[in-house]
Design a protein around this ligand. Structure first.
Ligand code: AP5
Length: 218
């Protein structure tokens, strides 16, 4: 039975960082809906333009677009043994869609909520740099690159995300409370939710997540 790991939590809590570590450890793909939408936003098409505007505003992209993306991506061969969802589901409607997919695919679901205080999130987001070529994540305060502005892994240029501006960040935090916090509640009620304190160093958080994943696999 393939494993599906869902990483949930507020913007900047470290979902992407932890999803990459899990992906390296288990060889399962990291499916980041944020990364996929940022890629779509680069297209000079009406859809690309639409997604670009929503991302910059800090609102959520529609459930219909997300349903299409997730169904197509999770059917690919590299998801056969498992996959890691980073940023999906974000609404109760998306959680219900995922339940249907898990049943169809005969997979086992583990949902991990990563938590941290708001001031920690704001500091992390404020210092975040992302490689525009390979997607590696850095932080000016906690995990700086060896050479300023350049990715250690591939040498690509490091950028600040357009939705990391203070106004968009504040909107993303509000949207999380309104639309995504009910999903946490949904999983709490349906069982299988594990909460991990994400306010600690990356490797400590990872140890707890690993325990949740391998515990669920035992
Ligand atoms: P998305 O890209 O998913 O953004 P997010 O949820 O706001 O989360 P972030 O990527 O900001 O943070 P993260 O938790 O991954 O933290 P990271 O590891 O980078 O979504 C972006 C947008 O896309 C949404 O606003 C929405 O518009 C749209 N979207 C995406 N999915 C959607 C969906 N399902 N439905 C509808 N719309 C959707 O870490 C942050 C920083 O902290 C980094 O610099 C990192 O180096 C550092 N850091 C991480 N962990 C630690 C640690 N333990 N200690 C110190 N520093 C740390």
């Amino acid at each position: 039975m393939a494993k599906v790991i869902v990483l949930m939590g507020m913007p900047g809590v470290g979902k992407g960082t932890q999803a990459k570590l899990l992906s390296e450890r288990f060889g399962w793909p990291q499916i980041s809906t944020g990364d996929m939408l940022r890629e779509m936003a680069q297209n000079e098409t009406p859809l690309g333009q639409h997604v670009r505007e929503i991302l910059a505003s800090g609102q959520l992209v529609s459930d219909d677009i997300l349903a299409e993306i997730i169904q197509e991506r999770t059917r690919r061969a590299d998801c056969q043994n498992g996959y890691i969802l980073d940023g999906f589901p974000r609404t109760v409607h998306q959680a219900e869609l995922l339940n249907r997919l898990i049943q169809e695919q005969g997979n086992e679901l583990t949902v991990i909520e990563v938590t941290a205080d708001r001031d920690v999130l704001l500091k992390r987001i404020g210092g975040r740099l992302t490689c525009s070529r390979c997607g590696a994540i850095y932080n000016l305060h906690f995990q700086p690159p060896q050479q300023a502005g350049q990715c250690d892994r591939c040498g690509g240029p490091l950028i600040h995300r357009s939705d990391d501006q203070p106004e968009a960040v504040s909107r993303r935090l509000d949207v999380y409370e309104e639309k995504t916090a009910p999903v946490i509640e949904y999983y709490r009620q349906h069982g299988g939710l594990v909460s991990v304190d994400g306010g600690r160093p990356v490797d400590h958080v990872f140890e707890d997540i690993l325990r949740a994943v391998t515990g669920a696999a035992a």
